[in-house]
Design a protein around this ligand. Structure first.
Ligand SMILES: NC(=O)c1ccc[n+]([C@@H]2O[C@H](COP(=O)([O-])OP(=O)(O)OC[C@H]3O[C@@H](n4cnc5c(N)ncnc54)[C@H](O)[C@@H]3O)[C@@H](O)[C@H]2O)c1
Length: 348
């Protein structure tokens, strides 16, 4: 078992990697527990839930709304939750985002923690204290920063994940390597088959190394004023693709990374050979989906959180493992989108 601590002005967060879900009860207060989960996770793991009030939401991205936050708060109020209550988010990224948000706002904030049950949430969504819900088609537009007291990642739970969700998690696993750790990138690429086959020993080691990358970034910039932006690599295009196509988050991020890497070459920041390296690894992992960018991509991006006064903060690559942040005007972005879509049309 490995423990990683993230200390931030919002408090300390302990990430327990390779622990067992059976131990969660020892980390929780003895009363006042509210478990927020989704119906799939409840069906699979309900027997492992510690004693507490269970609130189960519909699985999937469509549940990430302010209305859902309100509904959960109402259920908690009815069940007698007060400021001393404790919320345990038990699920994947959707559950963690919503449970964290509820914990931030219910009675101006209550204690919370996660049992993280998907590859994507163990490697990314449950870690770092970002919470959020979507505003119509705009992802995570409403949210807060609030560190969970602990995050328990039992890798054995990943064996029940559908393959499509494992692949999605691989997208964010790759992202951590691509922004900061070239060796990890090669190791993920070489282990794609083991990850898909739910080999928990191999996957657990890769998750640990990716979480070290994320924790290192979050410790220095918990509120995303600067350096933490690199964790958004691939997300600017990825969010648009996710919204338009409905493909899983991590798969959309992988495609977004490939497009951001093309933009890096187009801007003269990165050599073409590095782009090929990334594309080949994503292809091998089954993550190079074919997607033209929709006509409204630039206007969607301008409304994204990464945009300031008509210019977009883009995380680009210098090479696999090294990033640079550049401001790009919407005019220049439109020129790139035209170039990219033209190229995609020719290759289809
Ligand atoms: N807050 C952050 O920092 C952050 C970072 C990255 C992603 N996210 C968010 O995370 C979300 C995606 O998370 P996700 O990919 O975990 O999706 P998810 O939570 O929807 O889970 C995917 C599916 O797997 C099911 N599931 C969960 N655990 C399972 C298990 N152990 N076995 C079988 N099925 C299981 C769920 O019911 C769901 O159907 C997105 O909304 C994204 O925006 C947040």
């Amino acid at each position: 078992m490995n423990r990683i601590r993230i200390n931030s002005p919002g408090g300390e967060s302990l990430i327990i990697l390779g622990g067992t879900v059976d131990d969660v009860v020892t980390l929780l207060p003895q009363r006042g527990l509210f478990i927020i989960t989704d119906r799939n996770v409840q069906k699979l793991y309900g027997k492992k839930f510690p004693p507490g009030e269970v609130i189960a939401i519909e699985p999937g991205e469509k549940s990430k709304t302010l209305r859902m936050v309100e509904e959960i708060c109402s259920k908690m109020l009815e069940a007698g939750a007060d400021r001393s209550s404790f919320i345990l988010g038990f699920g994947g990224g959707v559950v963690c985002d919503i449970a964290g948000m509820v914990a931030s706002v219910y009675m101006r904030g209550v204690r919370h923690a996660f049992v993280s049950t998907t590859l994507l949430s163990q490697v990314d969504a449950s870690i770092g204290g970002k919470t959020g819900v979507n505003l119509g088609e705009y992802k995570n537009t409403i949210g807060t920063f609030r560190q969970p007291e602990f995050v328990l990642c039992d890798h054995a739970m990943l064996t029940t994940l559908p393959e499509a969700e494992v692949r999605s998690g691989m997208g964010e696993l790759f992202k951590h390597a691509v922004i900061r750790d070239r060796n990890l990138f090669f190791d993920i690429s070489a282990s794609a088959g083991h990850i898909i086959a739910a080999d928990t020993a191999v996957t657990g080691d890769l998750i640990l190394r990716a979480v070290r990358v994320k924790a290192g970034v979050v410790r220095h910039d918990p509120l995303e004023k600067g350096q933490r932006r690199i964790l958004n690599f691939g997300h600017t295009f990825g969010h648009v693709i996710e919204t338009h196509s409905g493909i899983p988050h991590g798969v959309a991020v992988a495609k977004g990374m490939a497009i951001a890497a093309e933009l890096s070459v187009w801007k003269g920041e990165m050599a073409h050979s590095e782009l090929r390296l990334l594309q080949t690894a994503l292809e091998k992992a089954g993550l190079m989906t074919c997607h033209k960018l929709p006509p409204d991509v630039v206007s969607m991006i301008s409304r994204d959180k990464k945009s300031e006064s008509g210019r977009v903060n883009f995380v680009l690559l210098k090479s696999v493992g090294r990033t640079v942040i550049r401001k790009i005007s919407t005019t220049e972005l439109q020129a790139f989108v035209n170039y990219y879509n033209e190229k995609e049309s020719q290759s289809q």
